[in-house]
Design a protein around this ligand. Sequence first.
Ligand SMILES: Cc1cc2nc3c(=O)[nH]c(=O)nc-3n(C[C@H](O)[C@H](O)[C@H](O)COP(=O)(O)OP(=O)(O)OC[C@H]3O[C@@H](n4cnc5c(N)ncnc54)[C@H](O)[C@@H]3O)c2cc1C
Length: 412
Amino acid sequence: MKHEARAWFEANWDPELALGDWWETLAASGWGFPAWPEEWFGRGLSGDAARSVSAERARVGAFGPPSGIATFLAAPSIFAYGTEEQKRRFLPGIAMGQQVWCQLFSEPEAGSDMASLRTRAVRDGDEWVVSGQKVWNSGAQFADRAILIARTDPDVPKHRGITFFLFDMRQAGVEVRPLREMTGDAAFNEVFLDEARVAETDRLGELNDGWRVAMTTLSHERDPNNSGLSQGGGTAFERPDLALSVAEYRRRQSKDMDAMSIALGGGIGEVFERIVARSRAAVEPARRQQLMQLHQLRQASKFSGLRARDAVRAGQQPGPEVSTLKLLGAEIGRRTRDLGLQAMGAQGTLCGADAPEGGLFHKYALFTPAGSIAGGSDEVNRNIIGERVLGLPKEPDESKDRAFRDVRSSTS
Ligand SMILES: Cc1cc2nc3c(=O)[nH]c(=O)nc-3n(C[C@H](O)[C@H](O)[C@H](O)COP(=O)(O)OP(=O)(O)OC[C@H]3O[C@@H](n4cnc5c(N)ncnc54)[C@H](O)[C@@H]3O)c2cc1C
């Protein structure tokens, strides 16, 4: 299988192809997303086998498939809950990088407590009318579609009256306002929905069962084995220009990568190793000890990741163990940042292109706090581990069993 993949990449890879043509060819071959089902642009391979296909692709130097929320979260949710008709309609655009997706889950009063969301969807014939406010929506300024959760029944407790939709972002009634972060980028947004519309045929899963669908989405978001966001070709949050040659697209991308893509992409480990190798850190006893501890943490995370992957390979959805991996990932990010900046000495205080490694590591460093917030904060993941892994009593929540309509918000 490895040889077959390698032969295919050697025969078909051409950096002068238009990006859109390359992604179409890759999707048709099944080698772009080898872990996806055979009937949907994949080869049905296990995680390990799929990884070795990616390694062959990298060896040939071929550009990867599209990435971003489309492949990271929308596709796994559609695989798990989509009808055949929805798969036919949405998966081709996702696999070929023609459709950019975003995630409309969080709200100003519903981040960790996502079930308290107030965006409502009201049925109107064959459609739903959606109004409310979402926030922290990565890449929404470029998105064609969104995975959206909205309240469809306020008369039942908060977890039960939520429905999951595949929502069209390109319509009147959707206003996207970018938010600038301390990295200087505006990777995420506020999204205001004012009587926007979504067809009943774009509902994913059962009516009022959106919490269950969203939990599946989040388990993929917390799963470090889910490579849909970072291992592909495109940066995670942008609108790729499909008409550019792959070579030109790649050139522009490496020059102007946003902090979120740097943090999520693989290469930062190698940048860190170069920084440490150039410094005295590797010969100072105290630093050596810290570097060793970081290495141990990385190894522990890697092996726990492999165990979690076995469960998924056995046909299960990612379980609460991914919360441990998410916590570890955030801690590894913080330690990498601190040790990297210390190893640079005074140069660690620079920023922008003057800084070592063209400022790449500094952008990464500024983004690391996000690792312990995005996709569920450290505290929330600790609660999940406490309740679902260690069997501790559930956190009290007096609103849990009351009709959502009767639950007061901080502004009501
Ligand atoms: C880089 C990044 C990208 C993101 N992208 C998206 C996106 O594309 N789409 C989207 O919908 N959202 C996105 N988010 C939002 C993210 O999901 C939320 O920020 C997260 O769920 C936390 O919610 P909050 O910010 O409202 O914080 P809050 O829930 O208000 O939490 C504030 C603090 O209280 C703590 N806390 C809250 N509840 C508990 C509890 N029960 N026990 C103990 N401590 C608690 C938290 O840990 C945190 O420290 C993104 C966030 C980041 C950082």
